[in-house]
Structures are given as structure tokens and as C-alpha cells.
Write a protein that binds this ligand. Structure first.
Ligand SMILES: *Cc1c(COP(=O)(O)O)cnc(C)c1O
Length: 401
């Protein structure tokens, strides 16, 4: 590209570099699991969303292979034209049964589920109230809908109520939208209180269970189950791409909601149906989640072991390398650090020591942090070794700048 019209890209990239915001990909090799290979060396993976270790499970692979042999690799069309298979319906029914809802619709990703659903439900005469830490796909969906979008303070029901009191009557429909488990913090939204407000102010509520599905609740169906809200009117969204080890997204709730989305959600209508392999893998995963609660028990044992060790480490640390451990009710544990340069330095040191940990910085999050995700398939020794390495880094302190 030689045209001067593209020169601004260099300037923009320079700005990104100067702020330590530049990102690039890194290749992880080998079968998905707690130990993978990075640059030819083994690394213990504390950066995966594969919480139950299902992405490398041979039963999911067998289901995907069987689906390819039966149907082929692509679903060859959009669901309303030629892309609908019986497998899609089986998956939607499995989600419905698991969640105790009336119907479900599967999208080709969680991102597409969010932008399609919010933009179908809301329009220019409507109000969306969104937690300030909501996932990017919820923010994009809200913008795309053309509705007025306002954020409330993270998890702050009083702030939400204040905004409803002041604004609700000026709009036709109102949607309150929130992550159930916040993806970059690991804490839970106050769903019962949000639902009470929604009742009082005549609002719909949409909850994003990307990090709750498969993990929380007696049946692992998510935070809605865990928080006792299964019988409340609610739009539940989730992904097949995290604890379920496949790819895709879903929305579940009342039958007329789902029927409406099949008729109005552009990111479902105008895109190719989920592949047979992904569909079959997700279906196998839901079966495993329902029949093997011991995976969830292992996951929570690991979470508690790491959480306790990190609390001790940070309490006893005399350097200012780790500011705090953020409150969490999930396998997502975040250690706050002073700034972006420090978090990048720590991330590289951890990789060098054989531990893959996400270094997350602004603009993704307000404050820089190491984001650790725990898997059911981590060995206790993986967790012990990680904590030892973090302890050595804390003693070494901040890099000289
Ligand atoms: C990952 C994620 C999504 C998107 O799901 P994909 O299936 O990966 O597209 C949506 N919401 C939240 C909170 C997420 O963490």
C-alpha cells in the first residue's frame, strides 16, 4: 500500500506502542489442556477458558468426527435456507432442558449472539442500562441497536435504581444487560436485585453467562441457577466456546423470545449455521457436564487452592509489585499490578518460567492485572509451582524503568 490515504495507520500504531497497548498473537501448540507448548517449550496454561478441560476430551473429538462423516464439514447455508440440521435442534433442546427454559437458539459465536439479540430487541426509542464492565460484544450490540445506552457503576444496584428512576419513563422499552461472571474480574453480578428492579420498572434483563455456563450451580447450568433465578423472566445468553470446549453461542428463555429472534436477529439470519462438528462437540459437552459433576468439584477445589495461596502471597509480600487480589466467585482470579509496563514484564517473566498467564491492560480493563484462569484438569502441583514463581517475582519487585 503506497497511497498517503493509509499513512495514518503508522501514526496510530505508534501511539498504541507508546502507551504499551500494542498486542500480537502467540502460538500455543499441542492438544488443548493444562500443559501445552509455547516456542517449543512446555507451559502450564493458566490463560484458558476451557475450565472443565473438555476441549481436549476424546469424546468431544469423536462426536465432532462422527458429525463430519455424517454431514460434512460445513453446514452450507444459513439456518433459514439450507443450513439447518437435526443436530442444531438437538443442541437447542439440550440447552433448553439443561437451563429449564422454553426454547433456545444457537448462533455461530457468542459475540454474534450478543450483537444479534440486543440489536433485534432494542431500537431508537429504547433505553439500555449496562454495567460499566460489560463484555465488548454487549457494548457493540447496544451501539448497533441505536438505543440510548447508559452505563451504571460496576455491580451497583443503587446507581442502577437511580438511573431507572430518572430515565425509565422517557423511553418505550428498557433492557438491563450484564455479564453474570465478569470476564476480566471474576466477580458475579447482583442478579436477584437487578431482577427486582426490572420487575418494578418494567424492564427486560439480559444476562451473559459466557463464564458461568458449565461452572456454577448444582447442575452447572450457570450463575442464574446458582443465584436461584431460574424461574424469573430473563434473557439468558452464553457461549459454547468456553467451558463447553467447542465454538458458538446461544440465547435461551421464553418460546416467544426465541421465535422472535429467529425472525429478527440479523447475525443469526444472515450467517451460515454452526458447523456440524462444533454442534456435535457442544452437544457431547453438555451431556458430560450434566453427568460428571466431579469435574466441577475438581475445578472448585483448584480455584480455592489458588485463591488461598494468592491471598497469603499478597498479604505477606513486602514489595509493591502486586497491589491486590480482586474479589472473585469464579475460576477467574486477577492480581492487580501498578501499571501496564509492569504487567507486561511479569507476563513475560512467567512465560519464561513455564507459566502462561494473561497480562491484561487498558483499554481492555481500567487497571492492569495478571488474569489467571483455573481448570479442572490442573494438578495441585501446577498450582503450587505457579505460586512459587509468583512469590519469586514479588521478591524481585518491579523492573528498573
Ligand atoms: C467470550 C465472551 C463472549 C463471546 O463469546 P464467543 O463465543 O467467544 O464469541 C461474550 N461475552 C463474554 C462475557 C465473554 O467472555
Amino acid at each position: 500500500m503506497s497511497s498517503a490515504a493509509y499513512d495514518w495507520l503508522h501514526q496510530s500504531l505508534n501511539t498504541i506502542h507508546k502507551a504499551h497497548w500494542h498486542r500480537s498473537v502467540r502460538s500455543l501448540d499441542g492438544m488443548a489442556g493444562p500443559v501445552m507448548t509455547c516456542d517449543g517449550k512446555p507451559v502450564v496454561n493458566f490463560a484458558s477458558n476451557d475450565y472443565l478441560g473438555l476441549a481436549g476430551d476424546p469424546r468431544l473429538a469423536a462426536a465432532a468426527i462422527a458429525a463430519i462423516q455424517t454431514y460434512g464439514t460445513g453446514s452450507t447455508g444459513s439456518r433459514l435456507l439450507s443450513g439447518h440440521r437435526d443436530l442444531h435442534r438437538q443442541l437447542e433442546q439440550a440447552i433448553t432442558n439443561w437451563k429449564g427454559t422454553e426454547d433456545a437458539i444457537v448462533f455461530s459465536s457468542g459475540y454474534l449472539a450478543n450483537i444479534g439479540t440486543i440489536s433485534a430487541l432494542m431500537g431508537s426509542r429504547d433505553l439500555i442500562l449496562a454495567d460499566q464492565y460489560n463484555h465488548s460484544s454487549l457494548i457493540s450490540g447496544a451501539k448497533l441497536s441505536g438505543a440510548t445506552v447508559q452505563t451504571y457503576q460496576h455491580g451497583d444496584v443503587a446507581d442502577l435504581q437511580r438511573q431507572l428512576e430518572q430515565q425509565r419513563s422517557r423511553y418505550r422499552r428498557c433492557l438491563i444487560v450484564t455479564d453474570s461472571v465478569f470476564s476480566m474480574d471474576g466477580d458475579l453480578c447482583p442478579l436477584p436485585e437487578i431482577l427486582d428492579l426490572a420487575d418494578h420498572y418494567d424492564c427486560m434483563v439480559m444476562v451473559d453467562e459466557a463464564h458461568g455456563t458449565g461452572i456454577l450451580g448444582t447442575n452447572g447450568s450457570g450463575a442464574v441457577e446458582y443465584l436461584g433465578c431460574r424461574d424469573r423472566p430473563l434473557i439468558q445468553m452464553g457461549t459454547l466456546s468456553k467451558a463447553l470446549g467447542s465454538l458458538g453461542g446461544y440465547v435461551t428463555g421464553a418460546a416467544h423470545l426465541i421465535d422472535y429472534l429467529r425472525n429478527r436477529a440479523p447475525s443469526w439470519i444472515y450467517t451460515t449455521g454452526l458447523t456440524p462438528a462444533d454442534t456435535a462437540a457442544a452437544l457431547a459437552a453438555i451431556h458430560i457436564v450434566q453427568t460428571e459433576p466431579q469435574r466441577r468439584d475438581r475445578l472448585w477445589q483448584n480455584v480455592r487452592q489458588l485463591q488461598r495461596s494468592l491471598q497469603t502471597l499478597i498479604a505477606e509480600s513486602t514489595t509493591n509489585c502486586f497491589t491486590s487480589l480482586l474479589p472473585s466467585d469464579s475460576p477467574i482470579l486477577c492480581i492487580e499490578v501498578p501499571d501496564a509496563a509492569t504487567v507486561m514484564h511479569l507476563g513475560q517473566r512467567l512465560t519464561g518460567s513455564g507459566f502462561l498467564v494473561s497480562a491484561v491492560r487498558p483499554p481492555t480493563v481500567p487497571t492492569s492485572r495478571l488474569r489467571l484462569t483455573v481448570m479442572a484438569t490442573h494438578e495441585p502441583s501446577h498450582i503450587q509451582q505457579l505460586v512459587e514463581v509468583l512469590g519469586r517475582l514479588a521478591i524481585a519487585g518491579l523492573p528498573a524503568t
